[in-house]
Ligand binder design. Structure first.
Ligand SMILES: Cc1cc2nc3c(=O)[nH]c(=O)nc-3n(C[C@H](O)[C@H](O)[C@H](O)COP(=O)(O)OP(=O)(O)OC[C@H]3O[C@@H](n4cnc5c(N)ncnc54)[C@H](O)[C@@H]3O)c2cc1C
Length: 572
């Protein structure tokens, strides 16, 4: 097959099923991310092109065949498809995409496309400074009397004589991914984090934590983990890697720096951002603010009658630190999400008599093998970049279908565990048939990857009670309908108020109203609300999610910021 003809994005000569192609576009037409099941421009014989007909119009369309990327027959979301990677150019960009063809239609002269994905890979004239375009270093390697590389790095990260173009709030994987991407696009970005040391967002979590996904899926952009890193990364190793990453990627990063809020300076098209660094308040005037603050840090506490009468210690899970003082004593953990399970297991493993209280049905997925099913793509032998393209290319309908299938498979794999949990009264969420990935995308939780706590519950080592059976909290514990559960410690692992709450606190009600919901799939765009994409507030962006999401989607976010800065956004 010398040339694959496909729809609008590649010249409009395709024989795609009219109006029935599921598409995803990353910065194609509107300069943003959106998906569609039935792109209107594809209806009828006289359909327009996906490019905007002027600057965005494709110059050329090639069926791309590289060493590893020939067209291949693969199984995607239950369909056997011919998956074809292609590249094309527009006046402003070098772009690429994936089209999936129905193999049964290949014999005739009208192959039918099922899905189409196009993405801007780079803007012409604004390419990343990597590989052949890496910095030459002449400025500090020729002049022996001037400042050397380190002097320049230190000076540059002080921001004494300038403001950053982008202020990234939060230095976890989301903040690091976007900062690294922006740096390669020569956009001046500063990351700030209120914690004391790079990597503390992992280092300060509970003692036994290892990542839940395997190492193959968790690489940060540009700099994959070394091949000897363990399959499940321990938190402290990851924290140290974050430090190495910041250093290698030359990310400007201020620790012990809290973002206090920001107001718009419309006249100068920038923000006036208030920060507190080492206790000293200062303002910065970045043109863009990227919030990478993770889960909201405003704890959501349950309204349990009598909690204020409790004689022991009652804390939100965010304040739980150390099980040792509770050894030999009684603890109750309220909630059955990830934090609840992890804290209960931590307490149990350290000699505390702990009971869990379930508030609502929860999905349980064993961390392996069921939890790893979505990542089998990363074992197909393709490069990380190719796998990421495939992952990004899935239209929502296919993505959902895939996860329905995986949810069924996961339930089968976990059948014995689920039955054992049901026998001790644990309520399993069986209603949500799209599985944990969609729970995560829509609600940010509601499931637990079992790393042992479910077995402890099923074996009765961690007893389980139901929240609906609580009468009230009393000084010596929790009074259930059938008797008293003594407690010295009550941990409320009951989640956080959503990101919208933080937006209101930091930017005020008007900005919060303009931004609207953050996270959760938007039915119109079929993308996440306000995350990785332009928001209703100029200059305010959000990035969050898993390592894989941050790695993949930070590219599109960085390109959108670059397009704005370079003045090419309007022409996309
Ligand atoms: C046990 C466990 C295992 C997990 N395993 C995986 C896995 O394998 N793969 C995966 O992809 N995900 C995994 N996750 C989930 C997820 O990736 C993490 O929770 C991750 O920390 C989210 O990254 P983030 O950068 O969005 O936010 P965070 O890591 O929460 O970072 C946000 C940062 O923002 C800072 N911040 C917040 N507000 C402010 C402010 N006002 N001023 C300054 N700084 C501020 C915070 O100090 C923090 O450092 C796991 C989670 C847990 C608990």
């Amino acid at each position: 097959m010398a040339r694959i003809l496909c729809g609008g994005a590649c010249g409009g000569k395709s024989s795609c099923a009219d109006g029935a192609v599921s598409c995803r576009f990353a910065l194609a037409r509107h300069g943003d991310l959106h998906r569609s099941d039935r792109h209107p421009e594809w209806r009828g014989r006289d359909r327009q092109r996906v490019g905007n007909g002027k600057s965005g119009e494709p110059d050329s369309c090639l069926c791309h065949r590289s060493a590893t990327l020939g067209p291949a027959q693969v199984l995607r979301a239950g369909y056997t498809v011919l998956e074809v990677f292609f590249k094309f150019e527009t006046a402003t960009s070098r772009a690429r995409g994936i089209v999936r063809l129905d193999p049964a239609t290949l014999e005739g002269d009208a192959p039918k496309a099922w899905t189409l994905f196009t993405e801007v890979d780079e803007f012409k004239g604004y390419e990343e400074t990597v590989g052949r375009r890496r910095p030459k270093g002449e400025v500090y390697s020729r002049d022996f009397s001037g400042p050397n590389w380190l002097d320049r790095r230190v000076l540059s990260s002080r921001y004494e004589d300038r403001d950053p173009t982008v202020l990234v709030v939060g230095g976890g994987q989301a903040g690091l991914s976007i900062a690294a991407r922006l740096r390669q696009l020569e956009v001046d970005a500063l990351v700030i984090d209120r914690l004391g040391r790079i990597g503390d967002n992992w280092r300060l979590r509970y003692h036994a934590l290892t990542l839940h996904n395997q190492v193959y899926a968790n690489h940060l952009p540009y700099m994959p983990f070394p091949p000897n890193f363990p399959t499940y990364l321990p938190k402290d190793k990851l924290a140290s890697w974050f430090e190495a990453y910041v250093d290698s990627m030359e990310i400007n990063y201020w620790t012990r720096t809290e973002f206090l809020g920001a107001e718009r300076d419309e006249a100068n098209d920038c923000w006036v951002a208030r920060i507190r660094r080492d206790g000293v308040e200062r303002t910065l005037r970045p043109r863009h603010l990227i919030m990478a603050t993770g889960a909201s840090d405003t704890p959501q506490l349950p309204d349990i009658k009598g909690l204020s009468d409790f004689r022991g210690l009652a804390v939100h899970s965010s304040r739980y630190e150390d099980p040792t003082p509770w050894k030999g004593r009684h603890a109750v953990v309220i909630g059955t999400g990830t934090s609840a399970h992890d804290i209960a297991q931590d307490l149990y493993s350290n000699g505390v008599s702990v009971t869990m209280v379930q508030r609502s049905p929860t999905l349980i997925v064993s961390v392996e093998p069921a939890g790893q099913l979505p990542y089998t793509l990363y074992h197909e032998g393709r490069s990380l970049d190719e796998c990421d393209q495939v992952a990004a290319s899935m239209p929502l309908a296919w993505f959902e279908k895939l996860h329905r299938m995986l949810a069924v498979q996961a339930r089968e794999l976990d059948r014995d565990l689920i039955d054992a949990l049901k026998r001790v009264g644990f309520q399993i969420n069986e209603e949500d048939e799209t599985g944990w990935q969609f729970m995560y995308l829509n609600r940010g939780g509601g499931y637990y990857f079992n790393v042992g706590c479910s077995n402890l519950i099923a074996e009765g080592k961690i007893p389980l009670r139901q929240y609906a059976d609580i009468e009230r909290v009393v000084p010596e514990g929790i009074q259930f309908r059938d008797g008293l559960l003594p407690a010295d410690l009550i941990v409320c692992a009951t989640g956080y108020l959503g990101p919208e709450h933080v937006v209101g606190q930091l930017f005020g009600a008007d900005v919060a109203a303009r931004v609207g919901r953050v996270w959760g799939i938007n039915p119109q765009t079929q993308e996440l609300n306000s995350v990785f994409n332009r928001t209703g507030q100029r200059g305010l962006w959000f990035i969050a999610g898993s390592f894989a999401q941050c790695r993949i989607m930070s590219k599109y976010l960085a390109l959108q910021v670059k397009a704005t800065e370079a003045g090419i956004a309007a022409s996309l």
